[in-house]
Ligand binder design. Structure first.
Ligand SMILES: [Zn+2]
Length: 159
């Protein structure tokens, strides 16, 4: 099973197509594992890893290898997010005196601070630590280097 695309492909339609392809394959496998006769569990694991890369980091929400920072962002989003949004994956919109979180924005309005790149997706105000991501937490994340101690400090304050 080989599906190739660039991990940072930004074509939403293609992504949807790919998501559907992956879902199809998973359904087929669930219904009839024998239709993948040559696939050992090791192969399957490899295929899953490959799919994860193709879909972009964080496309399925939390991951086994989440960094402490990714885990903090997901836990924080879950704490403040609505039940019907997938906050663990997308983050949520929340702001108080200490912290601001904003989901990735697609509105494309001229004055939008998030589409214009003026505002990050996350800011911890006491230190000014900022994170931006593309579409969902973990994907193409940009932030200054941060120690595990500093992440732990934020965690204590925010959760
Ligand atoms: Zn916007």
């Amino acid at each position: 099973m080989v599906i190739t695309t660039h991990p940072t492909a930004k074509d939403a339609e293609f992504e949807t197509l790919l998501d559907n392809t992956v879902a199809d394959l998973q359904n087929k496998y669930k219904k009839d594992p024998k239709s993948f006769p040559s696939m050992t569990s090791e192969d399957l694991e490899f295929a899953m890893v490959e799919i994860k890369v193709v879909m972009g980091r964080g496309a399925g929400g939390a991951q086994d290898d989440d960094t402490p920072l990714e885990k903090l962002l997901r836990d924080f989003a879950n704490l403040h997010g609505a039940k019907n949004e997938w906050s663990e994956k997308y983050g949520t919109d929340y702001e108080d005196d200490v912290v601001m979180m904003h989901t990735y924005c697609w509105c494309d309005e001229a004055l939008c601070k998030w589409c214009g790149g003026d505002e990050p997706n996350f800011r911890y105000k006491p230190t000014g630590f900022e994170v931006t991501w593309y579409k969902y937490i973990g994907r193409d994340m940009k932030h200054r280097p941060i120690s595990s101690e500093e992440v732990e400090e934020m965690r204590k304050k925010l959760l």
